[in-house]
Design a protein around this ligand. Structure first.
Ligand SMILES: CC(C)(COP(=O)(O)OP(=O)(O)OC[C@H]1O[C@@H](n2cnc3c(N)ncnc32)[C@H](O)[C@@H]1OP(=O)(O)O)[C@@H](O)C(=O)NCCC(=O)NCCS
Length: 180
């Protein structure tokens, strides 16, 4: 994965009804470690990283690039939405396209926050890179992620085997509605 290319950050944090999407800050470090070390979050993502290793290796200010959003609720990070360029994607239908990823802390699941945040990030992308389709890869066994993908307007391109499991590749056309 690479960054999106020539796009700038939104000039200000993006506000939704309940959330704020913004650049990562040094104060998010503990939440990043919680997110990346969580076995529950990584059930369908190849397993978590070690908390000790993250404590040692994670930069003081988590990496920033346009499209890497921290999602904040009431002043604290609850998750991350990532829009990257799927340069090295193994499926030709996805290679080089804008790619959506999302990770939320388990305590924030089941409230519609991921859907709200992803819709806002996709709206930002639609303005920043008009006409671009967006792809998304998730394990088909990841029921929450599959429901979220459908809610956001992604439709199936194909299923394929990789990383020891069936993967679902979805695509969202540039005209699909995201606003609620
Ligand atoms: C995938 C993931 C982001 C989904 O989170 P989520 O909270 O289930 O997703 P949503 O924001 O769509 O919330 C959905 C639920 O909130 C409920 N909800 C409660 N209040 C709501 C509200 N005000 N508005 C909308 N939905 C609401 C919905 O009923 C819905 O439940 P359902 O999906 O069982 O019908 C989360 O499980 C996660 O972070 N997983 C680990 C990382 C991962 O696997 N990522 C995928 C790889 S890209």
């Amino acid at each position: 994965m690479d960054d999106l290319g020539p796009v700038a950050w939104p000039p200000a944090p993006i506000g939704t009804d309940r959330l704020v999407l913004r650049v990562p800050e040094a104060r998010d470090r503990a939440a990043f470690i919680e997110l990346l070390a969580s076995p529950e979050v990584h059930t369908y993502l190849g397993g978590p990283r070690s908390r000790d290793e993250l404590e040692r290796e994670l930069a003081e200010v988590p990496e920033r690039w346009p499209g890497s959003f921290v999602v904040e609720l009431d002043g604290s990070m609850i998750g991350q939405v990532l829009l990257r360029r799927a340069t090295g994607h193994r499926r030709p239908a996805a290679a080089g396209k804008a790619d959506l990823g999302y990770l939320f802390l388990p305590r924030a699941w089941g409230c519609g926050y991921a859907a709200e945040a992803c819709a806002a990030a996709l709206d930002w992308l639609a303005d920043a890179l008009p006409g671009e389709p967006v792809v998304l890869t998730t394990q088909s066994a990841n029921a929450g992620s599959m429901r979220l993908a459908a809610k956001l307007g992604f439709t199936e391109v194909e299923r394929f085997e990789a990383w020891g499991a069936e993967q679902w590749l979805g695509m969202r056309s540039p005209v699909a509605p995201t606003r609620h």
